[in-house]
Design a protein around this ligand. Sequence first.
Ligand SMILES: C[S@@+](CC[C@H](N)C(=O)[O-])C[C@H]1O[C@@H](n2cnc3c(N)ncnc32)[C@H](O)[C@@H]1O
Length: 212
Amino acid sequence: MAHADYIMQLIRCDTELRELFSRNAVEIACLGGGPGSDLLGILKYMMQAGVRDTCLTCYIFDKERAWGDSWSDIARVLKPPFSVYPIFQQMDVTDSVTWKSYQKFLRADLFTLSYFLSEVWRIRNQAKPFFSHCMSQMKKGSMVLFVDNNSSQFVDWFDELAKHNGLNTVREGSCMLAFSNDEETKDLGPYFDKFGWPKRKSDVAYRIMRKA
Ligand SMILES: C[S@@+](CC[C@H](N)C(=O)[O-])C[C@H]1O[C@@H](n2cnc3c(N)ncnc32)[C@H](O)[C@@H]1O
């Protein structure tokens, strides 16, 4: 819930990201986006901004195969005033056999990396070829939205990958982000009574980049 809301807030604050959603068609690739937070954040932005008549194609890449089922029905459940085509693609960043043959996602207009580099930081040497492949092969003008824990090890790794693969900074920063008050506490059911309001603020670093 929080990660989705951060994605929504970061898109809402940036003119160049907002512009993507005024197009007739937009393609997104969510790397490590299996649980769906990245897609939900994007959908939340689009629905709140009143986007209509856009065709959103969303490639979701993740190691966990079971996430695939969750996203195939999202358009039918949400009934947004635009078209949504989620495409789940299972892969393991450490194994090029699982990702080398995926090609279409490289033409995406926006790549999201939400709390993904911190997840695979421990295996960064094996994971690096995947990120270098994506960043070097993405089309000119593609945008990248990175958000993660504000810790220099993750941010420095992202910055190094971006620098070596021709990504220019549109906007960068770090801040305490709180998720929006419109998130529905009732959705937490018995857990809200048991644990109270969940952690509301995170120390995040973010980067909005464009491929040169
Ligand atoms: C911390 S979660 C972030 C999920 C989502 N992007 C978000 O912001 O909530 C990290 C994701 O990375 C995936 N993951 C972990 N190791 C991976 C690997 N080796 N290859 C691909 N995905 C992996 C996990 O299955 C998980 O969905």
